[in-house]
Design a protein around this ligand. Structure first.
Ligand SMILES: C[S@@+](CC[C@H](N)C(=O)[O-])C[C@H]1O[C@@H](n2cnc3c(N)ncnc32)[C@H](O)[C@@H]1O
Length: 360
């Protein structure tokens, strides 16, 4: 097993419609950060953490970069993109320096790449004016590493396994914020947005998580493959997606429980809100066309989930007759069919966790 939860995400640009939509939704908030900051000198640094391979990070950066160029024509503006070493940096570079990229908007721009983990320091300490992180901070630092029969989804864990994963998620979120507290200049701003969860007394653990049915559908399909002898039941029982969608209360708790973080950050926003257009189902617009619904859904899940499924499940579970790659193909065919035949049953619900903090 590799260390990180999302090493080698594949075909991501093609399948990240939801992430891109959410970034457009937040574009005004990001521009507002660039309108507010008061840099301490002639160097300004803005960084996108967990930037991915291109399209989304360009959408996220553009409004802020335009604003910074207009506000500070004399300043050198460092635009940083931070992600794991296996990110597709060539794709990212082609987009940033391509015809729609921002790299040529001003000769005062310096494009930077930071390779590593956002659970450690990425840009230099005390150097960042604006840090943003979209659809990424829910990935935990590691596989929780326990056996959880019956579910691959954090929100459906119960008892001591839930407690263990909760503790890992809190420790990771705390570590993420500590790293940002180190990187940001006094007065610097941090904006984080990803999927979130809301209190719900009718749900397991009293919490309704974004994408709950998406993950339950993954469990259904993976179990069907174990039942058909395509993968080992043991391997499925060991598999859990290494992610956690925080509630607003959980996101706040990490800051309030840490004297260092409480001192380092002033909380401007911590909220979980429904997605504006597609809260009830990201694919609601395709419900009249079951085949398209199933395929779009499966393609989307493949975009963010294939590398984790390969690494944590199919590489372990492969038999002599089927390679791990074959198993992935079978999985996504079945995933498409399940949703085609049960349109709306596994609706993809979305709530966003938005966090905006100011470095004191
Ligand atoms: C779902 S993608 C989001 C990409 C982009 N921000 C967007 O909104 O479309 C998650 C990204 O987070 C990155 N990521 C996950 N864990 C990370 C870590 N510990 N450190 C840095 N990047 C990480 C992944 O490599 C991936 O590019």
């Amino acid at each position: 097993r590799l260390d990180r939860s999302t090493d080698g995400m594949v075909n991501y640009n093609a399948n990240s419609a939801m992430q891109q939509q959410s970034i457009v939704t937040h574009a005004n908030a990001i521009r507002a950060l660039a309108e507010r900051i008061e840099p301490s000198g002639d160097d300004i640094r803005i960084v996108d953490l967990g930037c991915g391979p291109g399209t989304s990070t360009l959408l996220a950066m553009r409004p802020a970069v335009e604003t910074l160029i207009a506000r500070f024509p004399q300043a050198t503006i460092h635009v940083g993109h931070a992600d794991v070493p296996t990110n597709d940096w060539n794709a990212l570079s082609a987009i940033i320096f391509g015809p729609d990229g921002y790299a040529t908007m001003s000769d005062k721009l310096r494009v930077e790449a930071y390779l590593g983990s956002f659970y450690a320091t990425m840009p230099p300490v005390g150097s960042v004016d604006i840090a943003m992180c979209f659809a990424a901070s829910h990935w935990l630092s590691r596989d929780p590493g326990f056996v959880a029969p019956g579910t691959i989804f954090f929100a459906d864990l119960q008892g001591d396994k839930r407690q263990k994963m909760d503790a890992l998620a809190q420790a990771d979120w705390t570590q993420f914020l500590n790293s940002r507290a180190g990187e940001l200049r006094p007065g610097g701003l941090l904006y984080v947005s990803t999927l979130g969860a809301i209190p719900d007394p009718d749900e397991i653990n009293g919490v309704c998580s974004s994408a709950r049915y998406l993950y339950r559908a993954i469990q259904v399909v993976a179990q069907s493959m174990a039942d058909d002898g395509l993968i080992d039941q043991d391997a499925l029982d060991r598999f859990i997606f290494p992610l956690w969608f925080l509630t607003a209360e959980e996101a706040r708790r990490a800051i309030e429980a840490s004297p260092t973080l409480s001192e380092a950050f002033e909380i401007e926003t911590i909220e979980v809100v429904p997605a504006e257009l597609t809260q009830s189902d990201l694919f609601i617009g395709l419900r009249d066309d079951p085949k398209a619904y199933g395929e779009a859904y499966s393609g989307y899940v493949r975009g963010f989930g294939e590398s984790s499924l390969l690494k944590y499940l199919f590489n372990d579970a492969a038999h002599e007759t089927h390679s791990a790659r074959d198993l992935v193909d079978i999985f996504f065919e079945r995933y498409a069919r399940l949703n085609e035949e049960n349109v709306g049953t596994y609706k993809f619900e979305t709530w966003y966790l938005n966090v905006q903090l100011r470095r004191t």
